[in-house]
Structures are given as structure tokens and as C-alpha cells.
Design a protein around this ligand. Structure first.
Ligand code: ZN
Length: 497
């Protein structure tokens, strides 16, 4: 990609990436290592670096160097780079620096109020903060007057090209398809869970990491640590880390959170190293990123074939699993049960949690719902869609951090897009690879990983999402492979009971 005309642009982008990597490292440290006393200074450090990075985007020199490359009629990766940088610059330049500073300070204060409310502190404070978050979200949307819906401005940052007009009917169809399936598949008592421990946490971490490595997570360019909320984070091509959490009595916690985050990390590790130092070296979108995590977590690690492979090794480490056979393990990790907490939800009910949030966000942004009425609206939707009622705020509307550390709008749709795409990518891979179940049953994940590298990982952000999906799967985003996957697996489990 480097030529005389691209060199000044690449140097500027590398500096922006360096600031981004430093921001990520401070964020990782904040969750993994930092003592509580560091919080105040860390918030200032993150705000300063964030402002510096935004200023780099707004530097007139970047516009000049980008325009020079555009005039040079670039092709290949350089053309893709120009397209993506022009898009990002166009968006960044609409957002004034003072907004970036105000919203960052507000997010930090709201996060604090949210933590306090979850511990039983004042609800009125967090309601007041969230009202201001809604104002700030609408202020942000107003920087993009061309959008049809205020949420479109926020959605586009995470899932470029997706809009309320495209997502509302998609999610509506999915909800209509899922509600009766959940009722049917959760009618009988659920299968027994895996035996409870205690399992030594060190041993659990080692077991989960070994499986992540079997999938292809490269520890020469990664590492694993414990956190309250697991995540994957990239500092550079050579350093993509995951965090996980473990419960002494429940092995599935560490297994599925590790394998989910490893899916995110393998995507980042698999991007063409030639794209390093540019915005192309990231995932294509929040939805595609999530699809890669959910594919390894669900299509692979919740399959019968995976348990054929993994169970004997887990039984050697954890004698408490001795009496479990593959069928029982497969059933134990695929229990369908409506529940209150999104992050603990099974594959089938999970999207209903997301769609509740997505719809409430739209109502808030459209002014049809006031923040003070959100707890009641939340409880009503959970009763209608999932048949469960929160016991309090913490397992209701305060359960997810997203609204309390960012904006209202734009941060949930990627989860469901990811679930839908995970089935579509897996079905396409299985068509190309032959008997992928037989490969997984003997622990041979290389064919699947290679397919994903070729068709998804290596491209980074080079292809717009729609083209990436069409090139890899032969068609546009489609609910049918996802519903077919659910019917095959959970219909089969319910039928065989
Ligand atoms: Zn994820």
C-alpha cells in the first residue's frame, strides 16, 4: 500500500492507531489490574488521549494528505483504505471536540451512578443521568441531519449501513418467529445442568484456554486474564487479549465466555498484517465481529460434535464430570429457559432480550417513552416477550452497562445481527468443507478456521458488510439459516425428550 503519495497519509493514520492502542491498553488495565484509587486519574488520562486522537482526525493535514491519495486514482487495498478513511473522517469532522469531552465526562459520571444504583443507591440520580444521556444521544444524532431516524446516526458508527428502516422489520420477523419456539422448547422441564464443582479456578482457566488454542487463538500474540465482564481487546496485530470470568461451581461460565472472546480475538489476529496501522485492520462491523464470537461459542462449542472431542479431556481434569456422557453434556449446555439476564440467556431466548432493548431505545429517541417510565416499560416487555418479571432494577433495566457508559441507541443491534450472521457463515463454511461435524469431533478445527480466515478475518474492514456477507455466503443477510439451525438443534432436542 505504501507509495510516495500514500506515505504521509499512512504516517498520520499510524499515529491515530498508536493513540488508539494506548487508549485500549489503559482501558484493559482499568478492568484487569488497576487499584480503585486509580479511577479518577484514569478517567482524566482516557479523556486526554481520546481528545488528542479526535484532534488528529480533525487536523487539516489529514484532509490534505487524503485528498492527495484520492487524486492519485488508487486501486486495491489503497482504494479501500481511502473509502474507509473518507467515511470515518466525514463522521469525525461533524462531531465538535467539546461534545467529545462533555459526553466522555458524562459517561464516566453516569457509570459511577449506575454502579451505585446497582448496589442499592439512589435510583433518582441514575434516572437523572440517563435523561441527560438521552439529550446527548439526540445532540449527537443531530450532527448527522441526513439520517431518517436519530438512531441511524448511532447505529452507523457500529454497524455501517444498517438503519432503523432495515432493522425494525428484520427484528420484528425474528421476534415473531422466536416467541412460539421459546414456548414450545421450554414447555417440558429442562435437562439437568452439568455437575457443580467446586472446580479450581486455575484449572478452569487452563482448560478453557487450551480449547481456545485448539480453535486457533494464538498466545504468542495474546493472553488471558480474569475480569468481572469478559471482553476481547486489540492493541496491535501482535497483541490481541481476552478476559474471562469463572465461577467455582459452574464450568460453563469460563468455557463459553473464554471461547466467545477467543472468537473475537481470532478475528483480529487473522486480519491481513499488511493492513496494520490503518482503520482497515479492524473487524468489518459490530455485527460481523459478534458473529465470529457467537460462531465459535454456539455453532461450535455448543454442538454435539464439540462435546465428543472436548468431554474426555475435561473429565480428566475435572473428576466431578465422570458420570456425564456426551448426550447429557450436549443437553446440559443447550437448555432453553426464559430468564431475566441477557448475558446468561440461552441461544434461543437471547435475541428477545436484545429486541426489547432495541425497541425501547427507539421509543426513547422518538420521545414516545420518558426515562422515568423506562422501568415499567421494561417490565411490561419482559412479561410479554419472555414471560418473566424482574425482581428489582438490577436484574431489570439496570442490568446492562451500555446505556450507562455511552449513548442510548446503536449498541445492541450488533448482538442480534451477529447471531443471525453466525449461522449464515457457519452454513456456508459447512457447504464448502464437507463433514465439518466429523472434523470437530476429532478436534480438527483448522479447516473451519482457515475458511473463516479466507472469507472473513483477513479482509478486516476492506469490504463493506453487505459485500463481505454476499462474497462469503452467496447471498445477503438472511434470517433463514439461523432459524433452520435453531429448528434442527432445539427442535431435535425437544422432540427426543
Ligand atoms: Zn461478543
Amino acid at each position: 500500500m505504501t507509495t510516495d503519495v500514500t506515505e504521509p497519509l499512512l504516517a498520520r493514520l499510524q499515529e491515530i492507531e498508536n493513540l488508539g492502542g494506548a487508549l485500549s491498553l489503559l482501558t484493559w488495565d482499568q478492568s484487569v489490574k488497576m487499584p480503585p484509587g486509580g479511577a479518577e486519574a484514569r478517567a482524566r488520562q482516557l479523556a486526554t488521549l481520546g481528545r488528542l486522537r479526535h484532534e488528529r482526525w480533525l487536523d487539516p493535514g489529514l484532509e490534505r494528505d487524503l485528498a492527495a491519495v484520492e487524486r492519485d486514482a488508487p486501486d486495491g487495498a489503497t482504494a479501500d483504505l481511502v473509502r474507509v478513511v473518507r467515511h470515518d473522517l466525514e463522521r469525525a469532522s461533524r462531531v465538535p471536540n467539546d461534545y467529545v469531552a462533555r459526553s466522555a465526562a458524562h459517561a464516566a459520571a453516569t457509570y459511577d451512578a449506575w454502579l451505585d444504583a446497582r448496589r442499592g443507591g439512589a435510583i433518582a440520580r441514575v434516572v437523572g443521568m440517563l435523561e441527560r444521556t438521552l439529550d446527548l444521544s439526540l445532540e449527537y444524532a443531530a450532527f448527522f441531519p441526513q439520517v431518517a431516524h436519530p438512531a441511524d446516526a448511532l447505529i452507523d458508527d457500529a454497524d455501517e449501513g444498517a438503519t432503523v428502516a432495515s432493522l425494525r422489520p428484520l427484528f420484528g420477523s425474528l421476534r415473531d418467529a422466536l416467541v412460539p419456539r421459546v414456548a414450545a422448547w421450554s414447555a417440558a422441564p429442562p435437562a439437568p445442568p452439568l455437575p457443580v464443582g467446586p472446580f479450581a479456578v486455575d484449572e478452569q482457566l487452563a482448560a478453557a484456554l487450551e480449547l481456545a488454542q485448539a480453535f486457533g487463538y494464538d498466545l504468542e500474540r495474546g493472553r488471558q486474564d480474569l475480569t468481572a465482564h469478559p471482553f476481547a481487546i486489540r492493541f496491535a496485530h501482535g497483541d490481541v487479549r481476552i478476559t474471562t470470568r469463572a465461577k467455582p461451581d459452574d464450568l460453563t461460565e469460563v468455557l463459553f465466555s473464554t471461547l466467545h472472546e477467543a472468537g473475537h480475538a481470532m478475528y483480529e489476529q487473522g486480519v491481513d498484517p499488511g493492513l496494520e496501522g490503518t482503520p482497515l485492520a479492524e473487524g468489518a462491523s459490530a455485527g460481523v465481529h459478534e458473529s465470529q464470537a457467537r460462531l465459535w461459542e454456539n455453532q461450535v462449542a455448543r454442538s454435539r460434535a464439540f462435546w465428543d472431542f472436548a468431554l474426555p479431556g475435561l473429565q480428566r481434569r475435572f473428576p466431578a464430570l465422570a458420570g456425564v456422557d456426551v448426550d447429557a453434556a450436549f443437553r446440559a449446555v443447550n437448555r432453553v429457559q426464559p430468564s431475566l439476564i441477557r448475558t446468561d440467556a440461552d441461544e434461543v431466548t437471547y435475541n428477545l432480550h436484545v429486541i426489547v432493548r432495541f425497541d425501547l431505545e427507539l421509543e426513547l429517541l422518538e420521545g414516545r417513552l420518558a426515562v422515568r417510565d423506562l422501568p415499567e416499560a421494561w417490565a411490561e416487555r419482559y412479561a410479554a416477550d419472555l414471560g418473566v418479571t424482574p425482581n428489582g432494577d438490577a436484574d431489570g433495566w439496570l442490568q446492562d452497562v451500555h446505556w450507562f457508559a455511552g449513548t442510548i441507541g446503536g449498541s445492541f443491534q450488533g448482538y442480534t445481527l451477529g447471531n443471525v450472521l453466525s449461522a449464515q457463515f457457519f452454513a456456508a463454511a459447512a457447504r464448502d468443507l464437507g463433514d465439518v461435524d466429523a472434523q470437530m469431533a476429532v478436534g480438527d478445527f483448522a479447516p473451519l478456521r482457515t475458511w473463516l480466515s479466507e472469507n472473513v478475518y483477513r479482509h478486516g474492514r476492506r469490504k463493506p458488510v453487505d459485500r463481505l456477507v454476499r462474497d462469503a455466503t452467496g447471498g445477503p443477510l438472511d434470517l433463514r439459516p439461523y432459524l433452520a439451525y435453531l429448528d434442527r438443534k432445539f427442535g431435535g432436542l425437544a422432540g427426543a425428550r
